[in-house]
Design a protein around this ligand. Sequence first.
Ligand code: AMP
Length: 227
Amino acid sequence: MDGTDTATPPVLILLGPPGAGKGTQARMLEGKFGYVQLSTGDLLRAAVAAGTDAGRAAEAVMKAGDLVSDQIVIDILRDRLSEADCAKGVILDGFPRTDVQATALDGLLQETGQKIDAAISLDVDDAAMVERVAGRYTCGSCGEGYHDTFKTPATSGVCDKCGGTEMKRRADDNAETVGDRLKAYHAQTAPLISYYDAKGALKRIDAMGPIDQIGIDLSALVQQSTN
Ligand code: AMP
């Protein structure tokens, strides 16, 4: 940046507990606006699968539904943010989750002359989250999300989108672990709602209704925030 450039790539943050729909909506926004979805959960799962040092350190913590250490997550996010495709703009899904991570993000964006266009809280009732999370699964080929009750494929076991037949469930998407993940959210992540409110970046959205309607409301908010 040379100081005269005002149009920096947009940075959007999605805040909300597990099950709020951050991943689903981030993928929708990626398709619609061309921004890149950055999910630290996905990056960590990839590190676990690849058996990297970070992945080995994170695996048991993730299984227990606790938060992985700030340093590991910040390092992973910094590396990913420096990749060329992030110049299209990013949607942060699951990051930041602590005040240390929020401060680190501010520092990273300062280095590149970027700002947070909006931190959008997906507001949901906690009580509904356990059922939402415990029933969800994805297509192993294209990542399309499904749910035992709320969104089943037209033909059982076959992805509507790509025809894939290998469905996957996350190891931490079970009723017991979701309770711990919700606790971690309220103790460490929910305070960030006030952090972004104080910066004037906070937007809120009712995320209890139908997925398509939430997508329409969210798209309108993103449009407004990035103009
Ligand atoms: P998610 O896919 O966002 O639900 O994340 C799954 C798990 O990955 C979480 O329960 C945490 O153990 C870990 N994780 C993901 N993102 C973060 C983060 N920003 N900080 C700490 N732990 C994280």
